[in-house]
Design a protein around this ligand. Structure first.
Ligand code: CAA
Length: 378
């Protein structure tokens, strides 16, 4: 066992750390307030190689593994989880094409994304079914050599701004997962529109949308895998992409810790810095314990992915644990800051608003407990 990062990994980590400090932290609060996606950050991330880094070399990309992606994720989320979600959700949109697509499809859909700043999206959830993903209502009907898609998807990160959206649909609403199909829909497809979801609690710099499909036609060649494979492609995707959520959560917790240490050393009460009180010291120690534990979890899960080993159990544990640990860290960071933590002048209230979503998206932590316990009880 070796916990040492390679020189390349340390450089990558430093690149992402610098990027968070220079490009993300200075604008995070402003874009959160404006509820606007900072496109210039996406462009800069593309320029330095931090966008869509999982696109394989045969499609013109960097082909980064999951471990490396997560090293980047922890650093970017330290800067702003909302902005990190833009990039992370793009990797989520790419992953089904890597899981279920042929080499030709990977080149066709992902190749152009290596030439200019562009995003992908993953459209599984619907207005009336999120956790019960197999119960999808969006239909796909074959008409000659084209699929015709009708329905509505909900809570889609990057929805409407993505060059490619992987849409999961059913050919028979009574058919369960065996009737599911995964289809790649380009941004400019006729009949494809979106509505931005406003007034989110946190992660407001990331775009979340409702997607509407009205007789949207895509060629049969945009189908990933076989008929009936859609659900399994989605599940295999999420088994991987829950790990970057865990890594991002560790980034948030680290930020909560750093902000707490800084404040506790500067703020005085009863004639001395509050960092000298055990009540504060214990909170800081708890945060550090959670961060160290969480990092080990996401790194192990990511390592399993890169080794080609099964990883669904570990990724579910990492995502559930890290998002809950980070929620507690952000909550305690507010407590350390007292009244100042409750207002937007300090970054800690945004950390709490942002991290809440990590417990909900890419599988609620309750669904992840289902995934974990099923593995143990089967
Ligand atoms: N890998 C491969 N195959 C899998 C699998 C996995 N992880 N999980 C299930 N399957 C297979 C099963 O083996 C089974 O196959 P057979 O019928 O051939 O045996 C089939 O899929 C059906 O499996 P289940 O009966 O277990 O399915 P289920 O209906 O009970 O659902 C679930 C299981 C775990 C609850 C699943 O529905 C689930 O994960 N739900 C949560 C969905 C989710 O995470 N959504 C997040 C959306 S993305 C997002 O958040 C948006 C964003 O933009 C960030």
């Amino acid at each position: 066992m070796d916990f040492t990062l390679s020189d390349e990994q340390r450089q990558l980590q430093q690149l992402a750390r610098d990027f968070a400090r220079k490009e993300i932290i200075p604008i995070a609060s402003e874009y959160d307030q404006r509820e606007e996606l900072p496109w210039q950050v996406v462009e800069k991330a593309f320029e330095v190689g931090l966008l869509n880094a999982a696109i394989p070399e045969h499609a013109g990309g960097l082909g980064l593994g999951m471990f490396d992606e997560c090293l980047i994720g922890e650093e970017l989320a330290y800067g702003c989880m909302g902005i990190y979600t833009i990039l992370m959700a793009s990797e989520l949109g790419i992953t089904p094409i890597l899981v279920g697509g042929t080499e030709e499809q990977q080149q066709r859909f992902l190749g152009p994304m290596t030439e200019k700043a562009s995003l992908a999206a993953f459209a599984l959830s619907e207005p009336n079914n999120g956790s019960d993903a197999a119960a999808m209502h969006t239909t796909a009907v074959l008409d000659g050599d084209e699929w015709v898609i009708n329905g509505t998807k909900m809570w889609i990160s990057n929805g409407g701004m993505a060059e490619v959206t992987v849409v999961f649909a059913t050919t028979d609403r009574q058919g369960g997962h065996k009737a599911s199909v995964a289809l790649v829909v380009p941004r400019d497809a006729l009949g494809f529109s979106y509505n931005k979801i406003k007034h989110k609690m946190g992660q407001r710099a990331s775009l979340t949308s409702e997607l509407v499909f009205e007789n949207v036609r895509v060629p049969r060649g945009n189908q990933l895998g076989g008929l009936g494979d859609g659900f399994k492609i989605a599940m295999k995707t999420l088994d991987k992409t829950r790990i970057p959520v865990a890594a991002g959560s560790v980034g948030i917790a680290r930020r909560a810790l750093d902000e707490s240490v800084k404040y506790a050393k500067a703020r005085e009460a009863f004639g001395k810095p509050i960092s000298t009180f055990q009540a504060i010291q214990f909170k800081i120690a708890e945060m550090a314990m959670g961060i160290e534990t969480g990092r080990l979890m996401y790194q192990k899960a990511a390592w399993l992915v890169d080794q080609g080993q099964t990883h669904g159990f570990e990724s579910a544990i990492a995502k559930a644990y890290c998002s809950e640990m980070a929620f507690d860290a952000a909550n305690e960071a507010i407590q350390v800051h007292g009244g100042y933590g409750y207002v937007g002048e300090y970054p800690v209230e945004k950390l709490l608003r942002d991290v809440k979503l990590n417990q909900i998206y890419e599988g609620t932590n309750e669904i992840l407990r289902v995934v974990i316990s099923r593995q143990l009880l089967k």
